[in-house]
Design a protein around this ligand. Structure first.
Ligand code: NA7
Length: 542
C-alpha cells in the first residue's frame, strides 16, 4: 500500500484520479493494466461515490440491476447475483465494495482526502494537485471522476438555523440511518430522492408533510425479487446484450424508442402501447413512441396518459390534480421511477402542500411555515437535489494554461470537446463530463465508454511518446454548438430542470448533457480516435 504522503511532501504519479465512485474505481483498474502509476483520492471514507452518500430510505437504482453493473469483467458479472429487479442502495454499495476487493483497488485509493486544487504547470507539462490536508501530488494526467450528482444543493431557507429538531439532506444521509417512528416529518422537494424516500418515511412517521414546488412525472418501477429466468436469459445472451446497450439510445435495452409515432397510430393502439409499457415499468414508458421527446402533440398524449394514472391511483381528486405536472413536457425533467409514490397520498398520515399555491415562507423553531399555514414537525428532510454536472468541478481550484480557471472558462456554462476535455486544460479529463451523454444514460455504460476511450488514448500517447493532449478551441466550439443544436431539436429545454442548471440560482442556463444518444456518441468517439484523435492537439515530449 502506498503510504499517505505527509504535509509538504510530494507524491509523483502518472495519473491522479479524483473520486472513488464507479468511474474512479474502473479508471484505476484500467490504468494499472497499462502499467501506469495511478492513485485515487476520495473525500469519503470508502468507495461507492453516489452510492456511498445517498443512503436515504428507499434509495435504489432506476435501471434494472443486471444492466446497471460493470460489463468489463465477464467473471465478475457471472459471479455476482442481484436480489431485486432494481437494486437498493445497500446492495449496490456491497457490489462496489466487492469490486474494490476483487480487483484489489483499495491499496491505490486514499480515502478521507479532498482535493483542493489542480494547477497545470506549463513548463513541466504536468499537473500539481493539492489535497485539503496539504499533500502535493505531481502527475502527468489529472482525471476528474467526480460524479454528476455529487454536490448537494445546500438548503438556504429563511429561518432554517432556528429549527430545533434534526435536519437531513437525502444526498448526505447518516450512515447509521434515521428512525422516524412516531415523528412528524417535513420533506421539502419532490424529485427522485423524495419520491423514493417518502413512501418509506411514511411507514414510520406519525405524520409526513410533503412540500412540493414542482410536481414530477413518475412511473412505477414494479420492483420485485429478481426474476431468475430474466437474469439467466441476460447472462445467456450477455455479449449480445452488452453490445445492444453500448449502441442504444440511453445505455439500456429498453431505451430505444419504438419506431412508430404516437401521433400516427390510432387511439386504441397508442393506449395499448402506453398500458403495456406502464405495466412493464421503469423508463420503458418514456420510449413508447419515437416522437414523445420532440413533438409537443405526441408529448401531450403521454402526459395525459400519466395524468390519468395519477387520477386513478390518488383517491382525492384535488390532491391528484396538484400532483399532476402542467407546465413542462413529460420526461423533460428526469423521469422518476417509484415504488408506491402516488399511493402514499392515500394514507391518512401524508399531506401534500403545494408551494405554488402557498409558497414556503420560513422555517421556524418548530416547523415549516408557508404563506397559508404553519406545520409543526420534529424533523426536516431536504430532498432538494444537487448542483448537477459542474458542481464538484467548480469546487476545486482547477487552473489550466495561463492560470485560467475552469470556473472562468465555464462562466457562461460548461464548454468541452466531447464532454471529456476542455480547451486550455491539457491532460485533464472529465469522466462523463458535461457535453457527453452522462446523466441522460445508464451511467455505468457511459462511464465504461469514457474510461475505455481514455485508456486507449493514454496507451496511444505512451506508444508514441506524446507528452500532452489538449482539445483544440475550434473543435470545442463546434462540439458545444452540436450539443446545443441536438438539445434544441427536443422538448427538453422547455423544462426548468437540473439538466439546464435551472435548480441552482445564478447558474447559466445551458443544456449540459449530450442528447445525441449513447450509441451515436460512441461511434463518434471511436471515429475521433481512429483518425489520430481528430480535434485534439497532441504534442511530443520536449
Ligand atoms: P431533484 O430531482 O433536483 O429534485 C429536487 C427537488 O427539490 C425538486 O422537486 C425541486 O423543485 C425541489 N426544490 C429544490 N429547491 C427547493 C426550494 N428552495 N424550495 C422548494 N423545493 C425545492 O433532486 P433529487 O435528489 O430528487 O434527484 C436527483 C437525481 O438523482 C434524479 O434525477 C436521479 O437521477 C437520481 P423544482 O423542481 O426545482 O421546482
Amino acid at each position: 500500500m502506498t503510504a499517505v504522503a505527509a504535509k509538504g511532501e510530494t507524491t509523483s504519479l502518472d495519473a491522479v484520479i479524483i473520486g472513488a465512485g464507479i468511474s474512479g474505481m474502473y479508471m484505476l483498474h484500467r490504468l494499472r493494466g497499462l502499467g501506469l502509476k495511478a492513485r485515487v483520492y476520495e473525500a469519503g471514507s470508502d468507495v461507492g461515490g453516489t452510492w456511498f452518500w445517498n443512503r436515504y430510505p428507499g434509495a435504489r437504482v432506476d435501471i434494472e440491476s443486471q444492466e446497471y453493473s460493470y460489463s468489463f469483467s465477464e467473471e465478475l458479472e457471472r459471479e455476482w447475483k442481484w436480489s431485486e429487479r432494481y437494486a437498493a442502495q445497500p446492495e449496490i454499495l456491497r457490489y462496489l465494495n466487492h469490486v474494490a476487493d476483487r480487483f484489489d483497488l483499495r491499496p491505490d485509493i486514499q480515502f478521507d482526502t479532498r482535493i483542493a486544487s489542480a494547477h497545470f504547470d506549463e513548463a513541466a507539462g504536468r499537473w500539481t494537485v493539492r489535497t485539503e490536508a496539504g499533500e502535493t501530488i505531481d502527475a502527468k494526467f489529472c482525471i476528474a471522476a467526480t460524479g454528476c450528482l455529487s454536490v448537494p444543493n445546500e438548503p438556504n431557507f429563511k429561518g432554517q438555523e432556528t429549527f430545533k429538531g434534526p435536519t437531513y439532506h437525502t444526498g448526505r444521509w447518516p450512515h447509521e440511518g434515521v428512525d422516524f417512528t412516531g415523528k412528524r416529518v417535513a420533506v421539502i422537494g419532490t424529485g427522485s430522492s423524495a419520491i423514493q424516500s417518502i413512501p418509506q418515511i411514511a411507514k414510520q412517521a406519525s405524520q409526513v408533510y410533503v412540500f412540493q414546488r414542482t410536481p414530477n412525472y413518475s412511473v412505477p418501477a414494479h420492483n420485485a425479487p429478481i426474476d431468475t429466468a430474466v437474469a439467466q436469459a441476460w447472462l445467456a445472451n450477455r455479449d449480445e446484450n452488452r453490445q445492444l446497450q453500448k449502441m442504444s439510445t440511453a445505455g439500456f435495452l429498453f431505451s430505444n424508442p419504438r419506431e412508430e409515432m404516437a401521433t400516427q397510430v390510432g387511439d386504441n393502439e397508442r393506449r395499448k402501447v402506453f398500458e403495456e409499457r406502464w405495466a412493464q415499468g421503469g423508463f420503458a414508458v418514456g420510449a413508447s413512441f419515437a416522437d414523445l421527446a420532440v413533438d409537443p402533440a405526441a408529448n401531450a398524449m403521454i402526459a395525459e396518459f400519466a395524468a390519468e394514472k395519477i387520477r386513478e391511483i390518488v383517491k382525492d381528486p384535488k390532491v391528484a390534480e396538484k400532483l399532476t405536472p402542467k407546465d413542462y413536457p413529460f420526461g423533460t425533467k428526469r423521469l422518476c421511477v417509484d415504488t408506491g409514490y402516488y399511493e402514499v397520498f392515500n394514507r391518512d398520515n401524508v399531506q401534500l402542500i403545494d408551494l405554488k399555491e402557498t409558497p414556503l415562507d420560513t422555517i421556524t423553531p418548530t416547523g415549516v411555515k408557508t404563506t397559508g399555514a404553519e406545520f409543526e414537525v420534529d424533523a426536516i428532510v431536504f430532498a432538494i437535489g444537487f448542483d448537477a454536472m459542474t458542481g464538484a468541478l467548480s469546487k476545486i481550484d482547477i487552473q489550466g494554461r495561463g492560470g485560467q480557471t475552469l470556473n472562468q472558462a465555464w462562466a457562461e456554462g460548461p464548454k468541452s470537446y466531447l464532454g471529456i476535455m476542455v480547451a486550455g486544460f491539457p491532460n485533464f479529463f472529465t469522466i462523463t463530463g458535461p457535453g457527453s451523454p452522462s446523466v441522460l444514460s445508464n451511467m455505468i455504460v457511459s462511464i465504461e465508454q469514457h474510461v475505455d476511450w481514455l485508456h486507449d488514448l493514454l496507451a496511444f500517447m505512451g506508444q508514441y511518446g506524446l507528452a500532452t493532449i489538449e482539445a483544440s478551441p475550434e473543435s470545442q466550439t463546434a462540439w458545444v454548438e452540436h450539443v446545443n443544436e441536438a438539445a434544441s431539436k427536443t422538448l427538453y429545454p422547455y423544462a426548468n430542470s437540473w439538466y439546464l442548471g435551472a435548480n441552482v440560482p445564478g447558474k447559466p442556463r445551458v443544456f449540459m448533457p449530450y442528447i445525441g444518444g449513447v450509441g451515436a456518441y460512441r461511434t463518434l468517439c471511436d471515429a475521433v480516435a481512429a483518425n489520430g484523435y481528430m480535434g485534439f492537439k497532441l504534442r511530443p515530449a520536449a
